[in-house]
Design a protein around this ligand. Structure first.
Ligand code: PMT
Length: 222
């Protein structure tokens, strides 16, 4: 409805893992299921937003009324985000993007060497979140920080270093929370404030996260 909290707002969300090819049949990835990002997309639609979901490969269905752009690698996710971000008011980076890709990915299936080990070399992928936040006409930019130690400290340094409006710190060392589970817990940090979103379903956390995003977004529009 026109009175919904995010009515008329255009939100882009990244979700899921990326896959970085080693050769045509093998890849490096991570445990992201896409559940958190898809829950945010669903909640954003329910709150009245127009949603673009840029998704890595996942095994869940996208929510209804969301424009989905499917990608595989970090470079593809970067290209999809950067070509379309201009028309969005808010960007939420929930994807678990590979920081590195294999430098010398093979065009053919690699063969096993009888006695030798295998050494791969890596180069850095572009940082999607940092690139969006650095745009001249950057949207309100929200990052996630998946950490296994010193969570708040690392999240705050990401907030400042990447010039974000907000970061959701996600302790991924606790069993049953974070990667691939149905529940999560977040500490949401802005340059001035800190909010705790206690353990809950990803669906309900998504709504509460978006309420904070909307409140802080309005502050930047004053
Ligand atoms: O998908 P689920 O199974 O539901 O799990 C949810 C989740 C744990 C993946 C999610 O809640 C989460 O924490 N996502 C961020 C995971 C991550 O890769 O965090 P990071 O600290 O490595 O990255 C920091 C931020 O930079 C993230 O917003 C990430 O999307 C972004 N990034 C990172 C690297 C890169 N090249 N480009 C990016 O945009």
């Amino acid at each position: 409805s026109k009175n919904a909290l995010l009515s008329g707002k255009r939100i882009m969300i990244t979700a899921g893992p990326t896959r970085e090819a080693i050769d045509p049949v093998r890849y490096i990835s991570n445990h992201s299921s896409g559940k958190m990002g898809y829950a945010i997309a669903k909640a954003a639609v329910e709150l009245g937003a127009k949603v673009t979901l840029v998704s890595g490969p996942v095994n869940i269905l996208p929510p209804e009324n969301v424009e989905v752009e499917s990608v595989v690698s970090a470079q593809q996710m970067y290209d999809a985000v950067m070509s379309d971000i201009g028309s969005h008011d808010i960007f939420i980076a929930c994807a678990a993007v590979a920081d590195y890709r294999v430098d010398n990915a093979s065009n053919h299936k690699m063969k096993k060497n009888k006695d030798d080990g295998l050494t791969l070399s890596f180069i850095q992928n572009p940082d999607i979140l940092k690139s969006v936040a650095a745009l001249d006409t950057a949207p309100f930019t929200v990052g996630f920080a998946a950490e296994t130690q010193d969570m708040i400290e690392y999240a705050k340094s990401k907030l400042i270093r990447k010039k974000l409006n907000m970061i959701a710190a996600n302790d991924v060392s606790k069993p049953g929370l974070g990667f691939n589970s149905d529940k999560n817990a977040l500490i949401v940090i802005t340059p001035e404030k800190e909010y705790e979103l206690a353990q809950a379903s990803k669906d309900s956390l998504a709504v509460n996260l978006l309420r904070l995003v909307e409140r802080e977004y309005q502050e930047t529009q004053k």
